[in-house]
Design a protein around this ligand. Structure first.
Ligand code: HEC
Length: 500
């Protein structure tokens, strides 16, 4: 509406954010929130289990340091960059929602930024001072304390951002209580945090076990000891993960649960829903198996045994994120703004005037037979393109062909007949906001797409065109018209006065 439309026709706009966000969440949760306390715990064990006259067990310490090195490189490069990437991609694709949220959650974002910068500085200090701190017991103990402090900070960044995620999913709260406090008191905040915290610890532990089998020799004593610690860590996490997951699922509002089967994948995957449920159970059981194996028979555990359960656990978290993203549809901010970035309260106005009249970036407002396709394209851009592409992932011609037959020419009247009711059958789609002419133009455009196979480019390639009714000349003309009218009125009044 108020922003020019960025559009990725091959990848799908939602997909761009999803790819960056999922990589970030895995690194943030697994390698920062979950892994740092695990590493600190092991560093501390080295100090506690070493002979009285030694600072630490140096061979052990070297192994833990090596593990930390991997996490350090990944978190400070891909981790940090994808974190920035989320806000970059979200503000490209969804400027209206990010713009709204960032104003209410200004202090959350600002604090988040400070905490995040602090976290990066602390990680640098923790890793870079590791070797130096091995020179005296006092310095080593200080280093371990510092590790716990860093773990706390990593957790706080997550605890802050979850407030915004919870707020976005809490239906209706924008209309009644769009405040920072509501981010932390909404019903989905605590369950999410109680799910994310142990899941992060579990991924951290699994990653630790994976690195142990990579960095140590088979059958060595150090591998055995490290695997036993890893096994214990995982076993403690798993029950909390299961409890957190169940709690989280239970508090999701009923209305959102209605979309659940589609949430799991796309519609075609509905039948895999049950399969995916087993996938969750599998992730938990596989973790327990690996943990018990590491505790009981550490000598026989190989890389090939650990890699699959590790990926499963990551998949488990990614799966929850996917579901969370999907169940809040058709809204991007519950009961306030739809995923097409239009506010629910503006719908009556759009239905009456059409959306193009109120769109800042369109070249058409009055639809004629000549500009019908351009109008249809602009309607598509403003009402469907946040979720559908023309030729790529979730393509609009593909979803219509799937309903009415592949390869068969689409019928404009049928397409136009489907759209006004599309939100009823498929509750994750927002209702169509436009008027009748716009509906017809959209149907013609979709048919045209099927015939030509053409794709759609966003403003990043085409540049912007401003709504003719908002252009400087148009506004000047409107002002001129008003001034003329005023002058005429004034004159009429004067005539009336002189007549009296
Ligand atoms: C909030 C995101 C979103 C918006 C906005 C959206 N859709 Fe969809 N639509 C989807 C998803 C997700 C699917 C399911 C895709 C799948 O199952 O493969 C879908 C499916 C469809 C289908 C197939 C339905 C079926 O029963 O098979 C049609 C037709 C469709 N959309 C048309 C549109 C049109 C036209 C617009 C714009 C006026 C639009 N959609 C806007 C997300 C959206």
């Amino acid at each position: 509406m108020d922003f020019p439309m960025f559009h990725l026709d091959w990848l799908n706009n939602r997909f761009l954010i999803a790819v960056i966000a999922i990589i970030h969440v895995i690194i943030n949760h697994g390698l920062a929130v979950g892994f740092i306390p695990y590493i600190t715990w092991l560093e501390q064990k080295g100090v506690l289990n070493s002979p009285k006259d030694q600072i630490t067990d140096f061979k052990w310490d070297e192994l833990i340091y090596k593990k930390m090195k991997v996490a350090f490189i990944i978190t400070t490069t891909i981790g940090a960059m994808t974190g920035v990437g989320i806000w970059f991609s979200a503000s490209l694709v969804s400027p209206a929602s990010i713009g709204s949220l960032i104003r209410v959650f200004y202090w959350a974002w600002f604090t988040e930024w400070l905490v995040f910068v602090t976290e990066v500085v602390l990680i640098l200090i923790y890793f870079l001072t590791w070797k130096n701190s091995n020179k005296s017991l006092k310095a080593k103990l200080r280093h371990v304390r510092f590790g716990w402090f860093l773990a706390g900070f990593s957790w706080i960044t997550m605890a802050i951002i979850v407030s915004i995620l919870g707020f976005m999913m809490d239906p209706g709260n924008w209309n009644t209580n769009p405040t920072l406090a509501n981010g932390f008191t909404n019903p989905i905040y605590l369950p999410q945090l109680l799910f994310r915290t142990p899941t992060a610890m579990l991924i951290g532990g699994m990653f630790g076990v994976l690195l142990t089998v990579i960095f140590t020799k088979k059958g060595s004593e150090i591998r055995e000891t490290a695997l036993k610690f890893g096994g214990k860590w995982i076993l403690v996490c798993v029950p909390f993960v299961i409890m957190g997951a169940v709690y989280y699922w239970n508090v999701m509002p009923e209305a959102m649960k209605a979309n659940m089967s589609t949430a799991v994948g796309t519609m075609e995957f509905e039948q895999y829903y049950n399969l995916l449920k087993y996938f969750i159970i599998a992730a938990a059981s596989l973790s327990i198996i690996i943990a018990v194996w590491a505790l009981v028979k550490p000598k026989t555990l190989h890389f090939s045994h650990v890699i699959l359960p590790f990926l499963f656990v990551i998949g488990f978290l990614g799966f929850f994120e996917r579901v969370r993203e999907f169940i809040r549809k058709p809204y991007i901010i519950g009961n306030y703004m739809y995923s097409n970035l239009l506010r629910e309260e503006d719908y009556p106005l759009y239905k009456k005037d059409g959306i193009l009249k109120h769109t800042t970036y369109t070249s058409v407002t009055e639809i004629t037979s000549e500009n019908k396709l351009i109008a249809g394209r602009d309607v598509f851009m403003n009402t469907c393109s946040r979720c559908h592409t023309v030729k790529g992932v979730n393509s609009i011609t593909y979803v219509f062909e799937r309903m009415y037959g592949f390869g068969k020419p689409l019928d404009e009247a049928t397409v136009a007949g489907y759209i006004p009711g599309m939100h009823k059958g498929r509750t994750y789609m927002p209702p169509f906001p436009g008027n009748r002419e716009e509906l017809k133009a959209l149907a013609s455009y979709i048919k045209h797409l099927q015939q030509t196979g053409e794709s759609l480019e966003g403003v990043q390639s085409t540049g912007v065109s401003i709504n003719p009714e908002n252009s400087a000349e148009s506004v000047a003309k409107q002002i001129e018209k008003i001034q003329k009218e005023e002058a005429a009125k004034k004159k009429a009044k004067e005539i009336q006065l002189t007549q009296n």
